[in-house]
Design a protein around this ligand. Structure first.
Ligand code: M6R
Length: 614
């Protein structure tokens, strides 16, 4: 959470910072601010979005070819002008932007108070910059040394950038458990939480590792040291392959809408080079080295959060069903605090779009410590989870900017379907005929998703009109579609603020049925053939209590038409792949309802795309 960006070079920093902040706004949008150095060190910050900041700045002095910017997701202190970043040190010589949490800030603050420091904000970040200033003053140190020594005293997570007004040719950045990328241009450098603010200026980047400090200066270029002040001799320069179109809306009103419609392509991209229908094989490069170990694992434990956790639940069905390896799916945030039993014979899969989710990263570190093989399934290339795991596969969905995850979910499920298929083939738990059937069907998924998008959209708009004023909604599914029900409910909650619950359809009668009356829309996902009859009975139970049933069915399901109030028809597929298609109406429904309710779909209240705090 929180997006940070910095620039040093020959251009004016302000437009680069503002454009960068707009790209990073998905990481937090409670307040935004910039600091610009042009002899004077000017700080402008404002509660609200980047647009509010730009309006506030108006025709103020924005000159400077060194500057930093921040878009905030509040942790310590309310989202207001004062707590917004950047934060000055007491003397206003130094200024900082920060993504993360300094856990021992209260102790440091008390110590600084004994030294005469006073604080204007409630943030942990202001405490950190005052600590840096205190250390700089006591030792008469250059800024990079003061930053490094200060960081040896803090506990927590951070990606920071610091500017010293008296050292105007330098910018110091550091990271621990929060992402930071340094972009290397021609006589110019960029730092940012991810590559999106950098990509149109350079494709050369260095990903900082934990406990590394980057000193970027006009005279000496980039120098990286670790917290013990040992120089990292040759930082590895990566070439990023990101197209500007991928991070722009391309004619759509919202990124979420664009990302929903990109799915036929992103699913295809995820399968490219991993599936050949003509030659009849599926493979995953990331698995190759550890295939034996995974095939013979005692258990596969999946750790993830939110939508990625739902993808994990689908993986449990897929891997147990096809490859017959026991799977457990854990909320990453709970896993590490319940003293889990993990052995060297377990494999831990971490699923994360951003690859930066703090809870998932921490669960992964625990699993590593306990000797398990770790495997990452991430979207963001070079992200912390991708780098911390023993092996892994990217889903290749391209940048996902809407806070509500859509194309990353189908990318994750596609990847996990491939994985289940590869493992099943290797273990001989499916016949070669079945293997070929699954391969052929997976090859058709992009086209079927495309059909689901185009054929259901009109009907979904009509249903959205009816559902938009509901206070509550229930989502029901069985088998492979139970996680889809959870995902449908999460999507509705997070972007339209309608309370929604996802339930296994048969569990409804053990409690939630009490909620059903004529005001309760019940979305029933009934596309998996093996559960069809049972789910028809569940629909009857809802109708008997006057609930309004919106049923998602396979094309031509005439039985459901007789009892449901609304029908959404989508193409059928083999049972293990049903979530890839049945989730499409869930995404569209929540999207249209949220737009009709006037919600900011890409930036729902209180949320951030990448949750880098516990
Ligand atoms: O980046 P990750 O996949 O690790 O993120 C996990 C969750 O924070 C994320 O899926 C969240 O639930 C989304 N807002 C769901 O749309």
């Amino acid at each position: 959470m929180c997006g940070i960006v910095g620039y040093i070079g020959n251009r004016q920093a302000y437009p680069i910072l503002i454009k960068g902040l707009r790209r990073l706004e998905y990481r937090g949008y409670d307040s935004a601010g910039v600091a610009l150095l042009n002899g004077a060190l000017n700080v402008y910050k404002k509660k609200g979005k980047v647009n509010d900041l730009v309006n506030f700045i108006g025709d103020k002095n924005i000159k400077g070819n060194l500057g930093i910017g921040h878009t905030r997701w509040a942790t310590h202190g309310a989202p207001d002008d004062i707590n917004a970043h950047p934060h000055f040190s007491g003397s206003e010589r130094l200024v900082i932007i920060h993504n993360g949490i300094i856990e021992n800030y209260a102790t440091i603050k008390s110590w600084l108070e004994t030294k005469g420091h006073t604080f204007t904000s409630e943030t942990d970040t202001e405490v950190l910059i005052c600590l840096i200033e205190q250390i700089q003053k006591e030792g008469d140190l250059p800024i990079e040394d003061a930053v490094r020594i200060a960081l040896t005293k803090v506990v927590g997570a951070y990606a920071i950038v610091v500017i010293d007004r008296l050292d105007p040719n330098k910018m110091v950045a550091a990271r621990k458990s929060s992402p930071l990328v340094v972009g290397i241009g021609e006589e110019e450098f960029f730092v940012a939480s991810d590559a999106t603010p950098i990509v149109e200026y350079t494709n050369q980047v260095v990903y900082l590792d934990d406990n590394e400090i980057a000193i970027v200066s006009r005279e000496n270029g980039l120098k990286v040291v670790n917290i013990q002040n040992e120089e990292v001799k040759i930082p590895i320069v990566h070439e990023i392959d990101m197209k500007i179109e991928a991070i722009e809306k391309g004619g759509y009103e919202y990124f979420m809408h664009k990302e929903i419609y990109e799915q036929p392509k992103t699913i295809d991209d995820c399968m490219r080079g991993r599936l050949s229908v003509q030659e009849g094989w599926a493979r995953l490069g990331g698995l190759a080295q550890y295939k034996n170990k995974i095939c013979n694992a005692d258990r596969i434990i999946i750790v993830a959060c939110g939508t990625s956790w739902h993808a994990g639940l689908i993986a449990e069905y897929l891997i147990e069903d096809l490859a017959r390896i026991p799977v457990e799916v854990e909320y990453a945030s709970e896993f590490r605090y319940r003293n889990p039993i993990i052995s060297e014979r377990d494999v831990v899969l971490a699923i994360s779009q951003s690859g930066e989710t703090a809870d998932t990263l921490a669960a992964l570190e625990l699993a590593k410590k306990m000797g398990a093989l770790t495997y990452g399934i991430c979207n963001v290339v070079g992200s912390s989870i991708a780098r911390a795991t023993d092996a892994g596969s990217y889903i290749h969905a391209g940048p996902e900017i809407g806070v509500a995850s859509t194309k990353a979910f189908t990318g994750q499920v596609t990847l996990l379907s491939l994985m289940a298929l590869v493992l099943a083939n290797e273990r001989g738990t499916i016949s070669s005929t079945q293997y070929q059937e699954y391969i052929t069907e997976l090859g058709q998924i992009p086209e079927k998703v495309n059909k689901a998008l185009t054929s259901s959209d009109d009907e979904i708009r009509i249903i959205s009109e009816k559902m938009k004023n509901a206070d509550n909604a229930l989502y029901l599914g069985r088998g492979y579609n139970f996680p889809v029900a959870l995902e449908g409910a999460l999507k509705l909650k997070e972007i339209s603020y309608i309370h929604a619950e996802g339930y296994p359809a048969a569990e409804m009668k053990h409690g939630p049925i009490a909620l059903i009356d004529e005001n309760m829309p019940v979305v029933v996902i009934a596309t998996n053939p093996s559960a069809h009859e049972k789910i028809m009975s569940n629909v009857q139970e809802v109708k008997a209590r006057k609930g309004v049933v919106i049923a998602v069915v396979n094309e031509g399901d005439s039985e459901m038409k007789k009892i449901a109030d609304y029908i959404i028809e989508i193409p059928s597929t083999l049972e293990p792949f049903t979530p890839l298609i049945s989730v499409i109406p869930m995404q569209l429904l929540s999207y249209h309802i949220a737009v009709m309710r006037g919600c900011n779909v890409d930036q729902p209240r209180n949320l951030a795309k990448s949750v880098t705090v516990e």
